[in-house]
Design a protein around this ligand. Sequence first.
Ligand SMILES: *Cc1c(COP(=O)(O)O)cnc(C)c1O
Length: 398
Amino acid sequence: MSKPDRPQDIDPNWGTATLGVRAGEMRSEFGEHSAAIHATSSFVFESAEAAAKRFSGEEPGLIYSRFTNPTVQGFERKLAAMEGGDQAVATASGMSAILSLLLATLRAGDHLVAAKGLFGSTTGLLNNIISRFDIAITYVAPSDTDAWRQAVQPNTRLFMVESPTNPLCELADIAALAQIARDVGVLLAVDNCFCTPALQQPLALGAHVVLHSATKFLDGQGRAVGGAVVGDSKLVGEDVFGIIRTAGPCMSPFNAWVFLKGLETLDVRMRAHCQRAEQVAGWLAEQPAVDRVYYTGLSTHPQHALACRQQSGHGAIVAFDLKGGQAAAFNLINATRLFSITANLGDVRSTITHPPTTTHYRIGPELRAAAGIQDGLVRLSIGLEDAGDLIADLQRGL
Ligand SMILES: *Cc1c(COP(=O)(O)O)cnc(C)c1O
């Protein structure tokens, strides 16, 4: 096959856990049970005629690992099946997944509507790089559905949203945005990094395309950087695939193998992350030093009902404001011993970070204020340690 085609080996009635374990498996002639790593840059042809046919697309088949590699295709098929998409295209990082989608869908003179509070590098990519190519960007609050309709212009091509957002766990009503996108003829892209297909399936809610940083929960153990775009066979299978094939931000076979092994345990890991995060968030909400907890699993979260409708779990990311501002946040972070002080998330190891001085530093004080990111904000990515040990670690610093 010259490009990843629709997975043939799945039953549409399987659940996400079964798809994670079973979908997209491509055994070699050796019959290996666990996926092999095909560490090769190119593939050989039986004859000059066969080579010509493969390059012309007359015969499907593997050519070169920038755009066709069986291990990478195994990851793509598994993820596509789990997200309910026709095809996935793997990329070198989450950022290159986003860049590839933008390159595949936009041209000079176009306009896109993006959610306020997108991942910091995504905002940077839009403001500092994409904007240089005569592409206009309007930011609206992800939860303000009417504002998305009002932001549409005749040249709008794309809606870009993350739900929940990082770090404040604000939700977009994906089905409502998808309806607007269809009404006005634009594409809705959802960055599903925080929920993963185990907790939320944007394509089933009407989105056109899903973006992933595989670096986070898809791997789940902090080992590799990668990303993916998932959607239909035209937009993803042809347009995004064409960008990867020609521009080259591709995933290595080794990383693809790490991620496809990660997908096998994704469902059970995500449920364990959620269960621990709910306990930590509930405990934080009762602490006098804590001003406010941002976690959709709490019934006090303004979008708790939407979260219960749209997601099958509330995720691993818990953020909270400390009454004592930045000094209190630094004190807490420095007092922990179990939490890793790192901006990464989606790991078995719980992490703690101060977004205003790390992940959201570069966007500047004005955009931070507009996004509601205060100086006392702390973000946790709850891993797979025992919840009691995590709570005891936080207690030390409060
Ligand atoms: C980390 C992240 C990205 C970028 O992914 P990389 O793999 O680091 O390039 C994009 N979106 C979200 C929501 C993220 O958390």
